[in-house]
Ligand binder design. Structure first.
Ligand SMILES: Nc1ncnc2c1ncn2[C@@H]1O[C@H](COP(=O)(O)OP(=O)(O)OP(=O)(O)O)[C@@H](O)[C@H]1O
Ligand SMILES: [Zn+2]
Length: 677
């Protein structure tokens, strides 16, 4: 057992907010583990940050008409705030666009390059000549060879679920320009994962058969049985950490090369602030490296990142990678794009002060060994029957009775009562389970102590014995107070907000785990308690029905809406809208612009004036088709020179289902210069 715990949680991808699946499968268990290890007195570094590179972010930015930086800035803030609101106690939460991360990941790459660990290989890749960019698989659409879906991506058909490579697509088209891409040679750097097979077999297959989770061990074994291949660690893309080599313009590090290095660079950022030595955590034998992740990240954390660290040479291998399976919501797969989720930031607003309820519900149905399901009904039952009915009820009875009978002063009782053993028993059980990454069992052990306390009061009935056997009543409440104080300590990794309230109520500091296990009496006779606070309250049926209705509405709107429609842009205010001057107008003349296949030059009567507008519509209309058309114009757009012609304003257009442009026009002919709004 090491004195240091280097605990990482999978970097959330900054193209959407955090949902309950992320929380149950990664962040809450990781937080419980980090908090628990701090209580054991370990030197803990609990590190995470937003993963801000990669294709899905650039695609989303293009769709929304903003920059990738805009996307990640927005979601980084939302994600970070959700974590802190839910008590996820990261020591550092950074982001992969930080300057430090760029430096650390480039240094890592350079070290591998200088040690000759990469293969340099040339391959043919699709290239969009108009956009002058190599196309990532996701940027190529075409017809699926398996099911005929015309909108299959270069890596996958979402209709039939088959995995594809871009060369298999029929009629491939670039999503950037709509043109047919060409094949062009490009050079990239590959990590020959096959060279690490022996090492991985020995380290994991022989070395961790018994202490790693069967789901993790099984997946690694199957990868190794299938055999590993060299994998490109660089990509032709303009969003990411630039490859630190000469002649590598337009190339960035593969997102799964730079993301796990984030754990290291963020630890360095933390170390700089706190005066710690980051190498003690990453490169010393006296440190356990533990990665918390979901099952889809196993290959990156058990094969690729370890191979990278092995190639580098200075790093220690992870001690364990306790990957979780997936959480579903109301029997359906959680999905960001289908909005099928309970969002952390919405929960925090809709259930103020009830963070621990979500933590409890998600931990008790954490998908530890198999996929699991979250339902709102179950959430309600867990709160009402367990947190309110058992835990809260016990604490409340103890506090109320001690205040009522003894002015809040702990009465005298038997310091060797056998019931007191239950406290250390629960603490030890929680410890054993958590060391084994059995979070549900650990939570159940904590609840057993609350249940025990409740039963104890039920049998002892101090509210009766107070009338004729004061000594017994005092003893019962002395013992019950110890159990309640034990709970105030033991619940902290799971229910940190309640633990804080409880420790304040019982007027006690937070103590470390060994003290809970060794000290039978946590509150001495004569100890003064503070006024009681409400811990949990009943969740009514209406509240749950509201949430279920919200999901029903999502289902309905998913059925109706156009799956290809882009997501809504950021909200604007009415004032923003009134700045836009939209008018009706009529096209007077139209002609082709020389040497520009796409452009037409119009003169339009705007009612206010006659002006020139250049527009990229020549592939959809002949000039003759446009003359006399009533159109809508954005009148107050700043003029722009296009091919030497000053374009004053913009005509409003949209696409029909074949991708052809169409003018937006009023339903019936109206006068020119009429305002729209
Ligand atoms: N439903 C889920 N249950 C458990 N873990 C999940 C779930 N969804 C994502 N995770 C895990 O959360 C971590 C962060 O996820 P990431 O930001 O990469 O999102 P994702 O997998 O793209 O999810 P989504 O597509 O729902 O947004 C990963 O380790 C992932 O395995
Ligand atoms: Zn298909």
């Amino acid at each position: 057992m090491s004195d240091r715990k280097m605990i990482t949680a999978a970097l959330p991808y900054a193209n959407g907010p955090v949902h309950i699946g992320h929380l149950a499968g990664v962040y809450i268990p990781a937080d419980v583990y980090a908090r628990f290890n701090r209580r054991l007195g370990k030197d803990v570094a609990f590190i995470c940050g937003s993963d801000e590179h990669g294709i899905p972010i650039t695609i989303r930015a293009k769709k929304e008409g903003v920059t990738p930086q805009d996307i990640v800035d927005k979601y980084h803030e939302i994600i970070k705030k959700s974590f802190s609101n839910l008590g996820i106690s990261f020591d550092e939460y950074s982001r992969t666009t930080s300057p430090k991360h760029k430096q650390v990941s480039q240094d890592f790459f350079t070290t591998l390059y200088n040690k000759d660990k990469f293969l340099e290989e040339t391959s043919e890749q699709y290239f969009d000549e108009q956009a002058n960019e190599f196309l990532a698989d996701r940027y190529i659409v075409g017809t699926c060879p398996n099911c005929g879906n015309e909108n299959a991506y270069g890596d996958q058909c979402e209709k039939c679920g088959s995995t594809l490579s871009p060369s298999e697509l029929i009629n491939p088209k670039s999503m950037l320009s709509g043109n047919v891409p060409i094949l062009k040679e490009t050079r990239n750097w590959y990590l020959p994962l096959n060279d690490y097979e022996d090492f991985l077999n020995e380290w994991i297959i022989e070395g961790h058969k018994n202490d790693w989770k069967p789901n993790v061990y099984g997946q690694v074994k199957s990868w190794l049985t299938d055999g590993l291949k060299p994998r490109a660690m660089t990509r032709d893309l303009n969003w990411g950490v630039p490859v630190p080599l000469p002649n590598a313009d337009g190339k960035v590090l593969y997102v799964w090369f730079d993301a796990p290095i984030g754990y290291i660079s963020f630890t360095q950022e933390w170390a700089e602030k706190t005066g710690k030595n980051w190498k003690d955590f990453w490169q010393s034998d006296d440190s356990d490296l533990i990665h918390f992740i979901g099952k889809d990240n196993i290959v990156f954390h058990c094969i690729i990142f370890p191979a990278m660290m092995k190639a580098h040479g200075d790093y220690k291998m992870p001690t364990n990678v306790p990957a979780f399976e997936f959480l579903n919501l109301e029997n359906d797969k959680i999905s960001t794009s289908r909005n099928w989720a309970v969002w952390a930031h919405e929960y925090v607003e809709e259930f103020p002060g009830q963070q621990d309820v979500l933590r409890y519900a998600l931990l008790s149905s954490a998908p530890e060994t198999k996929d699991n399901n979250f339902t709102w009904k179950d959430f309600q039952t867990k709160n009402n029957s367990e947190l309110v009915g058992i835990f809260g009820n016990f604490i409340n009875r103890v506090a109320v009775l001690i205040h009522k009978y003894y002015n809040g002063i702990v009465p005298a009782g038997d310091e060797n009562a056998v019931e007191l053993n239950e406290i250390s028993k629960a603490a030890t059980e929680v410890e054993t389970f958590l060391e084994n990454f059995e979070f549900r069992n650990a939570l159940a052990s904590m609840m057993s102590l609350a249940r025990f306390g409740n039963q104890y009061l039920q049998i002892e009935e101090p509210w009766k014995t107070i009338k004729d056997n004061q000594e017994k009543a005092a003893n019962s409440l002395f013992v019950a107070a110890q159990i309640a104080a034990g709970l105030a300590q033991i619940c902290e990794p799971f229910l940190p907000f309640s633990a804080e309230k409880l420790q304040k109520m019982f007027n006690m500091p937070q103590i470390n785990w060994q003290e809970i296990e060794n000290q039978k009496v946590l509150l001495k006779t004569g100890h003064q308690l503070n006024p009681a606070e409400l811990l949990f309250s009943k969740i009514e049926d209406e509240t749950i029905e509201f949430q279920i209705q919200k999901l029903e509405n999502t289902k309905e709107s998913n059925k109706k809406t156009n799956p290809k429609a882009n997501p809504m842009k950021d909200e604007i205010q009415f004032d923003d809208f009134t700045k836009i001057d939209l008018r009706t107008a009529t096209v007077l003349t139209a002609e082709k612009v020389e040497k520009a296949d796409k452009l037409l030059k119009f003169s339009v009567d705007t009612g206010v004036d006659v002006r020139t507008v250049v527009s990229g519509v020549a592939e959809s209309f002949t000039p003759e088709e446009c003359i006399g058309k009533q159109v809508m114009i954005l009148l107050n757009l700043a003029p722009r020179k296009i091919r030497g012609i000053e374009s004053q304003g913009m005509l409003l257009l949209t696409n029909n289902s074949e991708g052809k442009l169409v003018f937006v026009t009023p339903e019936i002919k109206v006068e020119n210069g009429v305002e729209i709004g």
